[in-house]
Design a protein around this ligand. Structure first.
Ligand code: 5AD
Ligand code: SF4
Length: 438
């Protein structure tokens, strides 16, 4: 019996798919590479933008055909999209060949849902149950990196964002649970741990014992052995000096921060409910760089938020030129039902399209400059694996988070090497291994 998982969206979903894989493997299924060979297909969905949803509905349609050749095929839809209001009903009506619908807060029911589906009955449940990570196995696929959830959900309610509605309120895992997971992973040989949360900086706010994110960083930073610690995502309003100091204090904690700015206009930030101004953000960058001179800062930026004027957009371009992000994920604002921005006055599509092109060109120029400065320098890289976009090419990251391509033996995966950067084409860096870890 084979399983195939379609994963859409962010790292949180990629990691949730590792939990789904764990449950399926425990139920006797084996991973397969082609959806056509699967006995169970899982759609772990995303609904952050309309484009994600459209793509998923398109892929869902294909299941109908697969079921003609394999009538026993089980189709499962779970994740953010199914947690949205009205979607479970929509799937029931328009995609009747879907057997199981689960939400983001009840993955623990998957095993039971599969058994129901095997008996040719539907299983639809999007109740939010606060399951514990420890209650089910995980099947990790990202060696030498391991994802570790530290908090779930979000309390920020940025006015464009659907996440707080589909992932629920912020819940932090107890420090002891996280530490035990991290220690086990390191003992198994994982070399990089990435802590995951919608807003890692508010970790612990809901715990009674006063634990906070800085303390978590100290606890992990103190662990012995050579490994790297990364974390995402940081909300600029909550990134404290204590956290910056903790990053600076431990060589194992990477000088790499994903710090979504969203817009460079204070007025747009106010209407997005981001709770910082353009100047707050720029001074935060200054503070970070003072403590961590080699830090790599990445960001998310949106264009075409309701009411964004040409001047607001120019402010974003100006911020991008000043901020020197090593890379930026740039998005066109997408109207999400149920969010406050849905009913605000929208920016025409042609304007959004023009702005995203200009924004991408602007950041590209910045990345190009940063990359050019890296040529000729040596960096410590953790070899992650093959870069399948190129033949016989391996890749890995610098501490600051830049991906570098190089040639080396496959048995160096999971090892630290020194790579000299030989050439750069904007975002892509190419190098040569100069020293291998013994
Ligand atoms: N439209 C476009 N982009 C969005 N994001 C979140 N909500 C939306 C939306 N409605 C972007 C933000 C966030 C990233 C994960 O996705 O930039 O940081
Ligand atoms: Fe969405 Fe804002 Fe929460 Fe991030 S902080 S998940 S953008 S509501």
């Amino acid at each position: 019996m084979n399983y195939f998982i379609h994963t859409y969206g962010c790292q949180m979903n990629i990691h949730d798919s590792e939990k789904i894989a764990g449950i399926l493997e425990k139920a006797g299924y084996v991973a397969c590479d082609e959806v056509e060979n699967a006995d169970i297909v899982v759609f772990n969905t995303c609904c952050i933008r309309e484009t994600a949803e459209q793509k998923i509905y398109g892929h869902l349609g294909a299941i109908k055909k697969l079921k003609r050749t394999n009538p026993d095929l089980i189709a499962v839809v779970c994740g953010c999209m199914s947690q949205q209001e009205g979607v479970a009903e929509k799937i029931k009506e328009s995609y009747p060949f879907v057997d199981v619908v689960l939400g983001t807060g009840n993955l623990n029911l998957l095993q039971q849902a599969i058994e129901t589906a095997r008996n040719k009955k539907k299983y639809v449940n999007v109740d939010f149950l606060h399951y514990r990570e420890e209650d089910f196995p995980q099947s990790r696929t990202s060696y030498p990196n391991a994802w570790v959830n530290i908090n779930y959900g979000c309390n920020n309610f940025c006015t464009y964002c659907i996440v707080p509605y589909v992932r629920g309120r912020e819940r932090s895992r107890p420090l002891a649970d996280i530490m035990s997971e991290v220690e086990q992973l390191l003992a198994k040989g994982y070399k990089e741990i990435t802590l995951l949360g919608q807003n890692v900086n508010s970790y612990g706010h809901d715990l009674a014992d006063g634990t906070d994110f800085a303390q978590l960083l100290h606890s992990i930073g103190k662990l012995s052995g050579k490994f790297r610690l990364r974390f995402m995502t940081s909300h600029p309003k909550d990134l404290s000096q204590d956290v910056i100091d903790a990053i600076a204090a431990y060589p194992n904690i990477c000088d790499n921060i994903h710090l979504p700015v969203q817009s460079g206009s204070t007025e747009i930030l106010r209407r997005m409910n981001r709770r910082y101004t353009r100047d707050d953000y720029l001074s935060l960058l200054e503070r970070i760089r003072k403590s961590l001179p080699d830090v790599g800062i990445t960001t998310d930026i949106m264009v075409g938020f309701p009411g964004e004027t040409e001047q607001d957009f120019e402010d974003t371009l100006d911020l991008v030129r000043r901020a020197k992000f090593s890379s930026a994920f740039c998005f066109v604002y997408s109207r999400r039902k149920g969010t406050p921005a849905y009913s605000m006055e929208q920016v025409p599509y042609a304007v959004k399209k023009d702005r995203i092109t200009r924004l991408l060109a602007c950041q590209n120029e910045v990345t190009k400059q940063i990359s050019a400065q890296m040529v000729g320098q040596k960096y410590e890289i953790l070899v992650e694996g093959a870069n399948n976009r190129y033949q016989n090419t391996m890749c890995g990251r610098t501490e600051s988070g830049r991906l570098v391509n190089f040639k080396c033996d496959e048995d160096l995966i999971g090892r630290f090497v020194t790579v000299e950067i030989e050439r750069a084409s904007s975002a892509t860096l190419w190098g040569r291994v100069s020293t291998e870890e013994r």
